[in-house]
Design a protein around this ligand. Structure first.
Ligand SMILES: Cc1ncc(C[n+]2csc(CCOP(=O)(O)OP(=O)(O)O)c2C)c(N)n1
Length: 348
């Protein structure tokens, strides 16, 4: 997605230029992060108002998602995200309406036509592969796609995402090991937000995901997941290596989920308000704004951006709420192959 600028002297250049990014890229990243945050805030409100049954939002993880997704070449690279990745979906072309169609489980929800739980992102054009609620199942599938790309000598690499908790199931080990042995073009991005629902890192792992990379003989990179440019830098390194045919990497982004795991979770039972406040003080969206101001972007431009997003979100909510519900007679569509009735013969 990035517009790379020509390299010149690296000394005293703004960080984004040293990374080959234009200021418009940084503005674009900031816009996606802000949109992701504002969608999440509005979804939580709608849930508390009883208008959205169940939501899971990405507040606090915007830089990890947007910074890494900025390295993806849409339509060429494959993407196997997980349910937290609203920011990835937005960078790859989904919009606010798509998010609310999913939350209201409408027939025109682009991910699953209202069949799956929220945030099982899917887009054939953007090569986003829909996932499963079973965590870590995306990793072996991503390795499999990468194997196919390599065998067919096709362009493109695979980006796959998961949380810290998703590095515990065997699927993660099997996928990383297989990808490493066969030098497959995969970037494993782990959004380490310190908790898997209520389970803290200390009870989940004794070595951080990026450190475990050594055990597979591949690079492990640690990014500050509250800093979009740092995430972009580390993911670019991993993506470039994959594109050179040298194999996979693990990119761990340290971040924090401000909200409960989902709208059904009570996070006050396993973490303190002070801890949440400490992480909020490092907020990636606020840091993005500060960076842009420092680069000479004016407050009015950024305020106009926020106003535009507010109006997009409100229109999206109206449109999505008014969209048709799935029809009962479509219940079994996409469950059985068309033309093959289920064993009891009930479906025409
Ligand atoms: C195989 C499997 N085991 C358990 C669950 C229940 N579950 C859903 S989300 C989750 C925590 C995942 O945490 P993490 O990977 O850190 O991602 P986060 O939600 O924190 O972003 C668990 C245990 C599941 N969906 N699949």
């Amino acid at each position: 997605m990035a517009v790379r600028t020509k390299a010149s002297s690296p000394a005293a250049r703004p960080r984004h230029e040293a990374l080959g990014l234009a200021l418009d890229d940084v503005k674009g990243m900031y816009r996606k992060m802000l949109e992701c945050r504002m969608i999440g805030e509005r979804m939580m409100q709608l849930n508390r108002m009883g208008r959205a049954a169940f939501v899971g939002v990405a507040d606090g993880q915007e830089a990890a998602e947007v910074g890494s997704a900025w390295c993806i070449r849409r339509g060429t690279d494959w993407v196997h995200p997980y349910y937290r990745d609203v920011g990835v979906a937005l960078v790859l072309g989904q919009d606010a309406t798509d998010q609310f169609l999913g939350v209201f489980a409408k027939a025109t929800d682009p991910n699953s036509a209202g069949r799956q739980i929220v945030n099982q992102f899917s887009d054939p054009e953007a090569k986003i592969v829909t996932g499963s609620v079973c965590i870590a199942t995306q990793f072996p599938q991503a390795a499999g796609i990468a194997l196919a790309l390599k065998m067919r000598k096709e362009e493109g690499i695979v980006f796959t995402y998961g949380g810290d908790g998703s590095t515990s199931p065997g699927d993660f080990h099997e996928a990383v090991n297989f990808a490493a042995v066969h030098d497959l073009p995969v970037v494993f991005i782990i959004e380490n937000n310190l908790y898997a629902i209520s389970t803290p890192n200390a009870l989940q792992m004794s070595a951080a995901p990026h450190e475990r990379a050594k055990g597979y003989g591949i690079p492990g990179l640690l990014a500050d997941g509250m800093d979009v440019l740092d995430v972009y830098e580390k993911t670019t390194r991993a993506a470039d290596r994959a594109r050179r045919g040298e194999g996979p990497s693990i990119v761990e982004t340290t971040c924090y989920r401000y909200r409960p795991h989902s709208s059904d979770d009570d996070d006050s039972r396993y973490r303190s308000k002070d801890e949440v406040a400490e992480w909020r003080a490092r907020d990636p969206v606020a840091r993005g704004r500060a960076y842009l101001l420092d680069q000479g972007v004016g407050e009015p431009e950024l305020d106009a951006m926020r106003a535009e997003i507010t109006s997009e979100i409100e229109s999206a909510i109206d449109a999505a709420e008014a969209a048709p519900d799935p029809r009962p007679e479509d219940l079994l569509r996409h469950v059985y192959a068309e033309g093959h009735p289920p064993p009891d013969g009930t479906r025409a």
